[in-house]
Design a protein around this ligand. Structure first.
Ligand SMILES: NC(=O)c1ccc[n+]([C@@H]2O[C@H](COP(=O)([O-])OP(=O)(O)OC[C@H]3O[C@@H](n4cnc5c(N)ncnc54)[C@H](OP(=O)(O)O)[C@@H]3O)[C@@H](O)[C@H]2O)c1
Length: 353
C-alpha cells in the first residue's frame, strides 16, 4: 500500500521534531513537505534545525528543504501543524479551504464551536463536527485539533472515572516539563534550582478543554461535560513528561480497588481498530508508592500511555491520584498522528486533495 504524503508545519520546533521522529518508518504516512518560519525557509532541515531529541535526526529529512506554510507549498492531503499559536489561524484555515486535512497542535482554533478537540480514544464521535465545519465554512478539507498537553492525562483519568462512578468536580496541580515551552523555551537561569508557578493561559485551558473533550455531541455543537475543574499549573526542571496531581469528587462512593480497576480496564472507544500508534493498554496503573515519575515512566506505551499511581482516599474529595503523560508524544505529535490514523480508518482522508 502506498503511504500517504504528509506535511509537517513548524517542523524545526520541539513538537515538529517529534513528528519527524515518530513518522520515520510509519506504516501509513510519509513526510513529503516540511515548513518553518521565514527565518528557515529555503534552508536544508539538517542545517536549520537544532535536533534536540534522543537518537539521530532521520537521514531522509536531513536534505529536505523547508518551505512556507502556504497551500501552494503544502501540496499534500494531510498536514500536521506544530505552528505556534502566535501564527495567525488563517494559515491553517487556508490549507483546510484548499482541501488539506489539518491536524493541529496549536490552541488557536480549539474553542471554535465547529472544531473538535480530539483524544482519539475518548471522543471519536466528535468527528461528526467535521461535516458541520465543511458546510459552514465551505472548505474541501478539515481542521481537527489536539488538546493542550496537560489536558490529556486529566481528560483520560476523568473519562475513566466518570464512566464508572460519575465525576462531580476535580482539582488539578500540574508539574510541567520544559519541552512544553518549545525551543529554546524557559531561560536556564529562570528555571535551574526553581519552580515557576505560572504558565501563560495554561490554567484556563486545563479547566476548559477536558470539558469539551468529555462533552456530548448534540446536533451541531458540543455540550460541555457538566463538572467543574480547577487547575494550578507549574513549570519544573524536567525535560519531558507532565505530571498532574488530581483530587476528584465522585458521584458515587467507590472503594480504592474499584477506582484502580476502573482506570486499569478503561480501553477507550477505538481499541478494536488496532491503529498503529494506539497504546495497549491506554492506562498503566503503578502500585509502587513512588511512581509515576517522568524519567522512569514517560515512555510507557511508546510515550502514548497515561501512567497513573498513588491512588488514595482524599479527605477533601473522594479520591486523589497522580497521572503522567509524555507532553510532546501523547500530548502533541503522537496524539495527532493517532488522530490521523483514526481519520484514515474512518475514510475521512479520502476527501479533499
Ligand atoms: N511543546 C509541547 O509539549 C506542546 C504540546 C502540545 C501542544 N503544543 C503546541 O504545539 C505548537 C508548537 O509548539 P513547539 O513547542 O514545538 O514550539 P517551538 O519549539 O517554538 O516551534 C515552533 C515552530 O514553528 C515555526 N514557526 C515559528 N514562527 C512561524 C511563522 N511565523 N510561520 C511559520 N512557522 C513558524 C518555527 O520555525 P523556526 O525554526 O524557523 O523558528 C518552529 O518550527 C504550539 O502551538 C504549542 O502550543 C506544544
Amino acid at each position: 500500500m502506498a503511504r500517504i504524503p504528509v506535511a509537517i508545519l513548524g517542523a524545526t520546533g520541539a513538537v515538529g521534531q517529534r513528528f519527524i521522529q515518530l513518522l520515520d518508518g510509519h506504516p501509513w504516512f510519509e513526510v513529503a513537505v516540511i515548513t518553518a518560519s521565514e527565518r528557515s525557509e529555503g534552508r536544508r532541515y539538517g542545517e536549520a534545525c537544532r535536533w534536540m531529541l534522543e537518537g539521530e535526526m532521520p537521514s531522509r529529512v536531513r536534505d529536505m528543504i523547508l518551505r512556507p506554510s502556504t497551500p501552494e507549498a503544502v501540496d499534500c492531503p494531510l498536514a500536521f501543524s506544530a505552528l505556534p499559536s502566535s501564527v495567525p489561524g488563517s494559515v491553517e484555515e487556508e490549507l483546510a479551504r484548499a482541501g488539506v486535512t489539518v491536524c493541529s497542535n496549536a490552541s488557536t482554533h480549539r474553542t471554535d464551536p465547529d472544531v473538535p478537540i480530539l483524544i482519539a480514544e475518548l471522543n471519536p464521535d466528535h468527528l461528526g463536527l467535521l461535516d458541520v465545519q465543511r458546510r459552514r465554512r465551505g472548505w474541501r478539507g478539515y481542521l481537527v485539533t489536539g488538546p493542550n498537553c496537560t489536558s490529556v492525562p486529566v481528560a483520560v483519568v476523568l473519562r475513566a472515572l466518570d464512566r464508572a462512578f460519575g465525576v462531580r468536580h476535580a482539582h488539578v496541580v500540574s508539574l510541567q516539563a520544559l519541552s512544553g515551552a518549545g525551543y529554546p523555551g524557559v531561560p536556564s537561569l529562570d528555571i535551574l534550582d526553581n519552580v515557576i508557578p505560572f504558565i501563560a493561559a495554561e490554567e484556563t485551558k486545563v479547566e476548559s478543554e477536558p470539558r469539551k473533550i468529555l462533552g456530548r455531541l448534540e446536533g451541531e455543537s458540543i455540550a460541555l461535560a457538566p463538572f467543574a475543574i480547577s487547575a494550578q499549573c507549574n513549570r519544573v526542571q524536567v525535560r519531558d513528561g507532565h505530571l498532574v496531581c488530581l483530587s476528584i469528587g465522585l458521584a458515587r462512593r467507590a472503594a480504592l480497588s474499584e477506582v484502580t480497576e476502573a482506570l486499569r480496564s478503561y480501553r477507550g472507544e477505538i481499541a478494536d481498530l488496532d491503529l498503529p500508534s494506539a497504546p495497549q493498554p491506554l492506562v498503566v496503573v503503578r502500585e509502587e508508592p513512588d511512581r509515576p515519575q517522568p524519567w522512569r515512566d514517560r515512555d510507557a506505551g511508546g510515550g502514548m500511555a497515561i501512567v497513573v499511581g498513588r491512588v488514595q482516599p482524599c479527605p477533601v474529595n473522594d479520591i486523589k491520584l497522580v497521572a503522567l503523560s509524555h507532553n510532546t508524544i501523547r500530548g502533541a505529535a503522537g496524539g495527532l498522528i493517532l488522530i490521523a490514523e483514526l481519520l484514515r480508518a474512518r475514510g475521512l482522508l479520502e476527501a479533499g486533495r
